[in-house]
Ligand binder design. Sequence first.
Ligand code: SF4
Ligand code: FES
Length: 369
Amino acid sequence: MRKELACALAPVGLLAELTHRCPLQCPYCSNPLALEQVSDELPTEVWLDVLAQAADLGVLQLHLSGGEPTVRRDLEDIIARAAKVGLYSNLITAGVLLTRERLEGLAAHGLDHVQISLQDTLAGNADRIAHYEGGHAKKLEVARWVGAAGLPLTINAPIHRQNIASLEGFIELAVQVGAQRLEVAHVQYYGWALTNRQALMPTREQVLHSADVVAQARERLKGVLVIDFVVPDYYASRPKPCMGGWGRGIINITPSGKALPCHAAETIPGLQFENVRKQRLRDIWLGSDAFRKYRGTDWMPEPCRSCEFREIDWGGCRCQALAFAGTAAATDPACAKSPHHQAFAHLAEVEASEPASAFVFRRPRARAK
Ligand code: SF4
Ligand code: FES
Protein backbone atom coordinates (compact mmCIF):
# COMPACT_ATOMS: atom_id res chain seq x y z
CA MET A 1 0.00 0.00 0.00
CA ARG A 2 1.23 3.48 -0.83
CA LYS A 3 2.61 5.46 2.12
CA GLU A 4 1.09 8.91 1.61
CA LEU A 5 2.94 11.95 2.86
CA ALA A 6 1.17 13.05 6.03
CA CYS A 7 1.32 16.65 4.93
CA ALA A 8 -1.00 19.02 3.14
CA LEU A 9 1.98 20.01 0.99
CA ALA A 10 2.25 16.73 -0.92
CA PRO A 11 2.91 17.55 -4.58
CA VAL A 12 0.33 16.48 -7.17
CA GLY A 13 2.56 16.32 -10.21
CA LEU A 14 6.06 15.37 -11.25
CA LEU A 15 7.37 16.84 -14.49
CA ALA A 16 10.12 14.52 -15.69
CA GLU A 17 12.27 16.16 -18.35
CA LEU A 18 13.81 12.91 -19.55
CA THR A 19 16.13 14.65 -22.02
CA HIS A 20 16.75 17.99 -23.64
CA ARG A 21 17.38 16.30 -27.00
CA CYS A 22 14.70 17.14 -29.56
CA PRO A 23 14.46 17.09 -33.36
CA LEU A 24 12.28 20.24 -33.27
CA GLN A 25 13.60 23.72 -32.57
CA CYS A 26 10.55 25.73 -31.49
CA PRO A 27 11.46 29.36 -30.72
CA TYR A 28 9.34 29.29 -27.52
CA CYS A 29 10.78 26.06 -26.08
CA SER A 30 10.53 25.91 -22.28
CA ASN A 31 13.96 24.28 -21.94
CA PRO A 32 16.76 26.48 -20.59
CA LEU A 33 19.04 28.36 -22.99
CA ALA A 34 21.91 26.13 -21.81
CA LEU A 35 20.65 22.66 -22.72
CA GLU A 36 21.82 19.67 -20.68
CA GLN A 37 24.01 17.11 -22.45
CA VAL A 38 23.06 13.51 -23.17
CA SER A 39 26.13 12.33 -21.21
CA ASP A 40 24.63 13.93 -18.06
CA GLU A 41 21.18 12.30 -18.37
CA LEU A 42 19.94 10.14 -15.49
CA PRO A 43 20.25 6.40 -16.09
CA THR A 44 17.14 4.23 -16.17
CA GLU A 45 17.52 2.85 -12.65
CA VAL A 46 17.60 6.33 -11.11
CA TRP A 47 14.40 7.36 -12.91
CA LEU A 48 12.71 4.12 -11.80
CA ASP A 49 13.66 4.79 -8.19
CA VAL A 50 12.54 8.43 -8.42
CA LEU A 51 9.10 7.31 -9.62
CA ALA A 52 8.70 4.97 -6.67
CA GLN A 53 9.76 7.79 -4.33
CA ALA A 54 7.31 10.17 -6.02
CA ALA A 55 4.42 7.79 -5.49
CA ASP A 56 5.40 7.43 -1.82
CA LEU A 57 5.45 11.19 -1.51
CA GLY A 58 1.86 11.41 -2.75
CA VAL A 59 2.43 12.42 -6.39
CA LEU A 60 -0.51 11.39 -8.60
CA GLN A 61 0.45 12.52 -12.10
CA LEU A 62 3.65 11.96 -14.05
CA HIS A 63 4.30 14.21 -17.04
CA LEU A 64 6.96 12.71 -19.30
CA SER A 65 8.50 15.55 -21.16
CA GLY A 66 11.72 16.80 -22.69
CA GLY A 67 12.99 17.85 -25.16
CA GLU A 68 11.45 14.88 -26.85
CA PRO A 69 10.92 12.00 -24.38
CA THR A 70 10.61 9.33 -27.08
CA VAL A 71 14.34 9.62 -27.85
CA ARG A 72 14.86 7.68 -24.60
CA ARG A 73 15.02 3.96 -25.37
CA ASP A 74 13.99 3.18 -21.80
CA LEU A 75 10.66 5.02 -22.06
CA GLU A 76 8.80 1.68 -21.92
CA ASP A 77 10.50 0.78 -18.60
CA ILE A 78 9.73 4.21 -17.16
CA ILE A 79 6.06 3.97 -18.14
CA ALA A 80 5.79 0.44 -16.79
CA ARG A 81 7.22 1.61 -13.45
CA ALA A 82 4.80 4.54 -13.34
CA ALA A 83 1.88 2.15 -13.87
CA LYS A 84 3.22 -0.23 -11.23
CA VAL A 85 3.51 2.44 -8.54
CA GLY A 86 0.13 3.99 -9.41
CA LEU A 87 1.16 7.19 -11.21
CA TYR A 88 -1.08 8.49 -14.00
CA SER A 89 1.32 8.95 -16.93
CA ASN A 90 1.04 11.66 -19.56
CA LEU A 91 3.42 11.58 -22.52
CA ILE A 92 4.15 15.08 -23.82
CA THR A 93 5.56 14.44 -27.27
CA ALA A 94 6.15 16.07 -30.64
CA GLY A 95 5.25 12.66 -32.05
CA VAL A 96 7.57 12.90 -35.04
CA LEU A 97 9.82 10.02 -33.94
CA LEU A 98 7.01 7.61 -33.03
CA THR A 99 5.99 4.57 -35.03
CA ARG A 100 2.53 3.11 -34.63
CA GLU A 101 4.03 -0.06 -33.16
CA ARG A 102 5.99 1.86 -30.52
CA LEU A 103 2.96 3.91 -29.52
CA GLU A 104 0.89 0.74 -29.13
CA GLY A 105 3.73 -0.76 -27.11
CA LEU A 106 3.77 2.26 -24.79
CA ALA A 107 0.03 1.85 -24.29
CA ALA A 108 0.57 -1.82 -23.50
CA HIS A 109 3.18 -0.85 -20.88
CA GLY A 110 0.54 1.27 -19.12
CA LEU A 111 0.67 4.73 -20.67
CA ASP A 112 -2.47 6.67 -19.68
CA HIS A 113 -2.55 9.82 -21.84
CA VAL A 114 -0.82 11.56 -24.75
CA GLN A 115 -0.33 15.26 -25.40
CA ILE A 116 0.83 16.47 -28.81
CA SER A 117 1.61 20.07 -29.58
CA LEU A 118 0.93 21.62 -32.99
CA GLN A 119 2.71 24.74 -34.27
CA ASP A 120 -0.06 25.80 -36.70
CA THR A 121 -2.84 24.29 -38.78
CA LEU A 122 -1.04 25.25 -41.99
CA ALA A 123 1.67 22.66 -42.63
CA GLY A 124 4.14 25.09 -44.20
CA ASN A 125 4.02 27.56 -41.33
CA ALA A 126 3.95 24.81 -38.70
CA ASP A 127 7.12 23.25 -40.12
CA ARG A 128 8.78 26.66 -40.36
CA ILE A 129 8.07 27.42 -36.69
CA ALA A 130 9.28 23.98 -35.53
CA HIS A 131 12.17 24.13 -38.00
CA TYR A 132 11.33 20.55 -39.00
CA GLU A 133 10.10 19.64 -42.45
CA GLY A 134 7.20 17.19 -42.63
CA GLY A 135 6.61 17.44 -38.88
CA HIS A 136 3.03 18.70 -39.05
CA ALA A 137 1.77 15.87 -41.28
CA LYS A 138 3.44 13.28 -39.03
CA LYS A 139 1.90 14.81 -35.90
CA LEU A 140 -1.59 14.54 -37.36
CA GLU A 141 -0.96 10.90 -38.23
CA VAL A 142 0.27 10.16 -34.70
CA ALA A 143 -2.70 11.99 -33.19
CA ARG A 144 -5.03 9.57 -34.98
CA TRP A 145 -2.99 6.57 -33.83
CA VAL A 146 -3.42 7.74 -30.24
CA GLY A 147 -7.20 7.43 -30.43
CA ALA A 148 -6.94 4.10 -32.26
CA ALA A 149 -4.74 2.82 -29.42
CA GLY A 150 -7.53 3.69 -26.98
CA LEU A 151 -5.64 6.54 -25.32
CA PRO A 152 -7.06 9.98 -24.50
CA LEU A 153 -5.48 12.85 -26.43
CA THR A 154 -4.80 16.49 -25.63
CA ILE A 155 -3.72 18.86 -28.40
CA ASN A 156 -1.54 21.70 -27.22
CA ALA A 157 -1.61 24.87 -29.32
CA PRO A 158 1.02 27.43 -28.25
CA ILE A 159 -0.37 30.71 -29.62
CA HIS A 160 1.61 33.78 -30.74
CA ARG A 161 1.51 36.46 -33.40
CA GLN A 162 2.76 34.09 -36.13
CA ASN A 163 -0.09 31.56 -35.80
CA ILE A 164 -2.90 33.38 -33.98
CA ALA A 165 -4.87 33.75 -37.21
CA SER A 166 -5.26 29.94 -37.21
CA LEU A 167 -7.06 29.74 -33.85
CA GLU A 168 -10.41 28.68 -35.32
CA GLY A 169 -8.52 26.11 -37.39
CA PHE A 170 -6.82 24.68 -34.27
CA ILE A 171 -10.23 24.13 -32.70
CA GLU A 172 -11.62 22.36 -35.79
CA LEU A 173 -8.47 20.30 -36.15
CA ALA A 174 -8.55 19.14 -32.53
CA VAL A 175 -12.07 17.84 -33.09
CA GLN A 176 -11.12 16.19 -36.39
CA VAL A 177 -8.21 14.22 -34.89
CA GLY A 178 -10.38 13.04 -31.99
CA ALA A 179 -8.83 15.03 -29.13
CA GLN A 180 -10.81 15.27 -25.89
CA ARG A 181 -8.98 18.42 -24.77
CA LEU A 182 -7.35 21.41 -26.46
CA GLU A 183 -4.97 23.75 -24.67
CA VAL A 184 -4.99 27.16 -26.32
CA ALA A 185 -1.93 28.49 -24.54
CA HIS A 186 -0.63 31.94 -25.36
CA VAL A 187 3.14 31.65 -25.17
CA GLN A 188 4.64 32.48 -21.77
CA TYR A 189 7.81 34.52 -22.03
CA TYR A 190 10.64 32.70 -20.28
CA GLY A 191 13.81 31.16 -21.70
CA TRP A 192 13.66 30.79 -25.49
CA ALA A 193 10.33 32.60 -25.70
CA LEU A 194 11.82 35.56 -23.85
CA THR A 195 14.67 35.59 -26.36
CA ASN A 196 12.07 35.59 -29.17
CA ARG A 197 9.48 37.77 -27.45
CA GLN A 198 9.30 40.45 -30.13
CA ALA A 199 8.84 37.84 -32.86
CA LEU A 200 6.03 36.17 -30.90
CA MET A 201 4.09 38.92 -29.11
CA PRO A 202 0.51 39.42 -30.41
CA THR A 203 -1.38 42.70 -30.13
CA ARG A 204 -3.90 43.32 -27.36
CA GLU A 205 -6.71 43.23 -29.95
CA GLN A 206 -5.58 39.84 -31.19
CA VAL A 207 -5.53 38.50 -27.63
CA LEU A 208 -9.01 39.83 -26.87
CA HIS A 209 -10.31 38.34 -30.11
CA SER A 210 -8.76 34.97 -29.25
CA ALA A 211 -10.62 34.99 -25.92
CA ASP A 212 -13.90 35.55 -27.79
CA VAL A 213 -13.15 32.73 -30.22
CA VAL A 214 -12.44 30.36 -27.33
CA ALA A 215 -15.58 31.41 -25.42
CA GLN A 216 -17.80 30.76 -28.45
CA ALA A 217 -16.14 27.43 -29.22
CA ARG A 218 -16.53 26.27 -25.62
CA GLU A 219 -20.26 26.89 -25.89
CA ARG A 220 -20.56 25.19 -29.30
CA LEU A 221 -18.44 22.16 -28.39
CA LYS A 222 -19.81 21.34 -24.93
CA GLY A 223 -19.49 17.60 -24.41
CA VAL A 224 -17.21 17.25 -27.46
CA LEU A 225 -14.03 19.15 -26.64
CA VAL A 226 -12.75 20.74 -23.44
CA ILE A 227 -10.77 23.91 -24.20
CA ASP A 228 -8.25 25.32 -21.72
CA PHE A 229 -7.16 28.91 -22.31
CA VAL A 230 -3.95 30.53 -21.07
CA VAL A 231 -3.75 34.30 -21.64
CA PRO A 232 -0.42 36.09 -22.08
CA ASP A 233 0.66 37.76 -18.86
CA TYR A 234 1.61 40.97 -20.63
CA TYR A 235 -2.04 41.83 -21.29
CA ALA A 236 -3.40 40.58 -17.96
CA SER A 237 -4.16 42.64 -14.86
CA ARG A 238 -3.79 39.74 -12.41
CA PRO A 239 -0.99 37.18 -12.61
CA LYS A 240 -1.49 33.46 -12.93
CA PRO A 241 -0.56 31.26 -9.95
CA CYS A 242 2.59 30.06 -11.68
CA MET A 243 3.10 26.30 -11.10
CA GLY A 244 0.07 26.54 -8.79
CA GLY A 245 2.34 28.38 -6.36
CA TRP A 246 6.08 27.88 -5.76
CA GLY A 247 6.80 24.53 -4.13
CA ARG A 248 3.10 23.74 -3.73
CA GLY A 249 2.08 21.22 -6.35
CA ILE A 250 4.79 20.39 -8.88
CA ILE A 251 8.34 19.07 -8.89
CA ASN A 252 10.32 19.48 -12.08
CA ILE A 253 13.28 17.16 -12.58
CA THR A 254 15.81 18.03 -15.26
CA PRO A 255 17.51 15.40 -17.45
CA SER A 256 20.57 15.40 -15.17
CA GLY A 257 18.44 15.03 -12.01
CA LYS A 258 18.21 18.54 -10.61
CA ALA A 259 14.93 19.07 -8.75
CA LEU A 260 13.41 22.47 -9.57
CA PRO A 261 10.27 24.26 -8.35
CA CYS A 262 9.65 25.36 -11.98
CA HIS A 263 11.30 24.85 -15.35
CA ALA A 264 12.87 28.34 -15.35
CA ALA A 265 14.01 28.38 -11.72
CA GLU A 266 17.68 28.11 -12.68
CA THR A 267 17.49 31.68 -14.02
CA ILE A 268 17.16 32.89 -10.41
CA PRO A 269 20.62 33.61 -9.00
CA GLY A 270 21.55 32.30 -5.59
CA LEU A 271 19.25 29.27 -5.51
CA GLN A 272 20.90 25.91 -4.84
CA PHE A 273 19.19 22.94 -6.51
CA GLU A 274 19.54 19.45 -5.05
CA ASN A 275 19.96 16.40 -7.27
CA VAL A 276 17.89 13.20 -7.04
CA ARG A 277 21.12 11.23 -7.50
CA LYS A 278 22.18 12.42 -4.06
CA GLN A 279 19.06 13.20 -2.05
CA ARG A 280 15.68 11.58 -1.49
CA LEU A 281 12.81 13.34 -3.24
CA ARG A 282 10.90 13.79 0.01
CA ASP A 283 13.86 15.56 1.65
CA ILE A 284 14.29 17.83 -1.36
CA TRP A 285 10.59 18.70 -1.49
CA LEU A 286 10.21 19.37 2.21
CA GLY A 287 13.61 20.67 3.19
CA SER A 288 15.63 22.13 0.34
CA ASP A 289 16.26 25.86 0.35
CA ALA A 290 15.15 26.24 -3.27
CA PHE A 291 11.68 24.78 -2.64
CA ARG A 292 11.22 26.68 0.63
CA LYS A 293 12.47 30.04 -0.60
CA TYR A 294 9.20 31.30 -2.15
CA ARG A 295 6.75 28.75 -0.74
CA GLY A 296 3.65 30.15 0.94
CA THR A 297 3.33 33.86 1.76
CA ASP A 298 6.03 34.64 4.35
CA TRP A 299 8.53 35.78 1.69
CA MET A 300 6.13 38.30 0.15
CA PRO A 301 6.78 42.04 0.06
CA GLU A 302 4.03 44.59 -0.27
CA PRO A 303 1.68 44.87 -2.12
CA CYS A 304 1.33 41.05 -2.09
CA ARG A 305 1.79 40.69 1.67
CA SER A 306 -1.50 42.39 2.53
CA CYS A 307 -3.35 41.52 -0.68
CA GLU A 308 -6.60 39.55 -0.64
CA PHE A 309 -5.39 37.42 -3.59
CA ARG A 310 -2.11 36.29 -2.03
CA GLU A 311 -3.32 32.73 -1.45
CA ILE A 312 -4.97 32.59 -4.87
CA ASP A 313 -2.12 33.57 -7.22
CA TRP A 314 0.73 33.21 -4.65
CA GLY A 315 2.26 36.41 -5.98
CA GLY A 316 2.43 35.20 -9.59
CA CYS A 317 5.65 34.13 -11.22
CA ARG A 318 9.08 34.46 -9.54
CA CYS A 319 10.96 34.05 -12.81
CA GLN A 320 8.97 36.78 -14.53
CA ALA A 321 9.52 39.07 -11.53
CA LEU A 322 13.25 38.47 -11.85
CA ALA A 323 13.29 38.99 -15.61
CA PHE A 324 11.39 42.27 -15.50
CA ALA A 325 11.69 43.76 -12.02
CA GLY A 326 15.25 42.54 -11.41
CA THR A 327 14.48 40.47 -8.32
CA ALA A 328 12.60 37.21 -7.92
CA ALA A 329 11.09 38.49 -4.65
CA ALA A 330 9.19 41.30 -6.40
CA THR A 331 5.49 41.26 -7.21
CA ASP A 332 4.95 39.74 -10.66
CA PRO A 333 4.82 42.68 -13.14
CA ALA A 334 1.73 41.06 -14.68
CA CYS A 335 -0.14 42.32 -11.62
CA ALA A 336 -1.74 45.75 -11.93
CA LYS A 337 -0.56 46.47 -8.36
CA SER A 338 3.09 46.08 -9.37
CA PRO A 339 4.99 49.36 -9.89
CA HIS A 340 6.38 47.75 -13.07
CA HIS A 341 3.01 46.83 -14.56
CA GLN A 342 2.51 49.78 -16.89
CA ALA A 343 5.98 49.48 -18.38
CA PHE A 344 5.41 45.73 -18.77
CA ALA A 345 2.16 46.14 -20.71
CA HIS A 346 3.55 49.05 -22.74
CA LEU A 347 6.55 47.01 -23.83
CA ALA A 348 4.26 44.30 -25.20
CA GLU A 349 2.24 46.83 -27.18
CA VAL A 350 5.35 48.39 -28.66
CA GLU A 351 6.88 45.04 -29.61
CA ALA A 352 3.64 43.76 -31.12
CA SER A 353 3.24 46.90 -33.23
CA GLU A 354 6.56 46.42 -35.03
CA PRO A 355 7.34 43.88 -37.77
CA ALA A 356 8.37 40.51 -36.31
CA SER A 357 12.10 39.94 -36.04
CA ALA A 358 13.69 36.67 -37.22
CA PHE A 359 13.38 33.67 -34.91
CA VAL A 360 16.32 32.54 -32.84
CA PHE A 361 15.86 28.78 -32.91
CA ARG A 362 16.85 26.70 -29.91
CA ARG A 363 19.91 25.28 -31.60
CA PRO A 364 22.54 27.99 -31.66
CA ARG A 365 23.81 26.89 -35.07
CA ALA A 366 20.38 27.04 -36.72
CA ARG A 367 19.90 29.82 -39.26
CA ALA A 368 17.11 32.36 -38.68
CA LYS A 369 14.45 32.43 -41.41
FE1 SF4 B 1 -1.38 38.66 -6.54
FE2 SF4 B 1 0.47 40.12 -5.26
FE3 SF4 B 1 -0.96 41.19 -7.26
FE4 SF4 B 1 -2.14 40.62 -4.93
S1 SF4 B 1 -0.53 42.13 -5.27
S2 SF4 B 1 -2.97 40.21 -6.98
S3 SF4 B 1 -1.05 38.73 -4.33
S4 SF4 B 1 0.53 39.47 -7.42
FE1 FES C 1 9.41 30.07 -12.53
FE2 FES C 1 6.93 31.05 -12.99
S1 FES C 1 8.33 30.12 -14.44
S2 FES C 1 7.92 30.72 -11.07
